[in-house]
Design a protein around this ligand. Structure first.
Ligand SMILES: C[S@@+](CC[C@H](N)C(=O)[O-])C[C@H]1O[C@@H](n2cnc3c(N)ncnc32)[C@H](O)[C@@H]1O
Length: 212
C-alpha cells in the first residue's frame, strides 16, 4: 500500500504562508484589512493545534478569527486545518502574545478565547498567566464594550485564582460552571484538543464567560 508522504514543517509553512501574520504589531488598528470582508473579529490566545478555532471559523462564516500560537512546532497544524477546511476567515499569528507588545487597538476585537491556558503553577510566575490582571486590563481595552472573554480550563487551581482576578478587575462574569459538559452551555462552543483529552479521562471542565 502506498502512503502519502508526510509533509515537513517547512513545507506546511510554505504552503500556508498566505494565512500567517508574521508582523502582528504592524496590523495594530488594521486587522480587518487581512480578510476579504470586515466582520466581527475574535482572537484565541494559545490555540494549540487549532481544533477549537478552526471549528468555530467553519461554523461561523459571518465572523473572522485569529489564532495566536507561539509554539513553533504547533502552529503549522493550524495552517493544515485552514487548508483542509478551506477556511477564508481564519489567520494565524505564529508568536506568543505578550503584554509588552500589544498588537491591537482599543475596541478592535469582539471577543477573546482562552482555552486551557498554561497554568504557570509557581507563584513567582503568576504574572505570566493569561488571566492575570495585567492581561485582563489589556483585554478590556482590546475588546469592544459588549464583547467577551471566554475561558475554559481543566485546571481547578488556575480557575479559582482566575475568578479572583476577574473580581479584582471588577469584570462582569455572567457565566461560571465547574462542569461545563453538564451545564446548559455545553453545546455552545467547539471542543479543544485538551478539552477532549481531559474530559475523556473524566476530568470536569471549568468555564467562565465575561462581558466587557
Ligand atoms: C495547554 S496548551 C492548550 C492548547 C489548546 N488551546 C487546547 O485547549 O487544546 C496551551 C497552548 O498555548 C500556547 N501559549 C502559551 N502561552 C501563549 C501566549 N502567550 N501566546 C500564544 N500562545 C501561547 C502554548 O504554546 C500551547 O500550545
Amino acid at each position: 500500500m502506498r502512503h502519502r508522504p508526510v509533509k515537513n514543517k517547512e513545507q506546511i509553512i510554505e504552503e500556508g504562508r498566505q494565512w500567517l501574520v508574521s508582523e502582528p504589531e504592524s496590523l495594530k488598528g488594521h486587522w480587518a484589512s487581512l480578510f476579504d470582508e470586515p466582520k466581527p473579529l475574535y482572537l484565541e490566545i494559545g490555540s494549540g493545534k487549532g481544533r477549537f478555532i478552526s471549528e468555530e471559523a467553519l461554523k461561523h462564516p459571518e465572523n473572522n478569527y485569529l489564532a495566536c500560537e507561539g509554539g513553533g512546532k504547533i502552529y503549522p497544524r493550524i495552517l493544515q486545518k485552514i487548508a483542509e477546511l478551506q477556511l477564508t476567515n481564519l489567520r494565524v499569528i505564529p508568536a506568543y502574545h505578550l503584554k509588552e507588545k500589544p498588537c491591537f487597538e482599543e475596541n478592535e476585537l469582539d471577543g477573546i478565547y482562552l482555552n486551557f491556558s498554561d497554568p504557570w503553577p509557581k507563584a513567582r510566575n503568576e504574572k505570566r498567566r493569561l488571566t492575570h490582571r495585567g492581561f485582563l486590563e489589556q483585554y478590556r481595552l482590546f475588546v469592544k464594550p459588549g464583547g467577551f472573554l471566554c475561558f475554559k480550563t481543566d485546571n481547578d487551581e488556575l480557575f479559582e485564582w482566575s475568578l479572583e482576578e476577574f473580581s479584582a478587575c471588577g469584570l462582569d462574569v455572567q457565566r461560571v460552571s465547574r462542569d461545563l459538559h453538564s451545564s446548559e452551555w455545553r453545546d455552545e462552543l467547539a471542543m479543544t484538543e485538551y478539552e477532549a483529552k481531559f474530559s475523556e479521562r473524566g476530568k470536569t471542565i471549568n468555564y467562565a464567560f465575561i462581558v466587557f
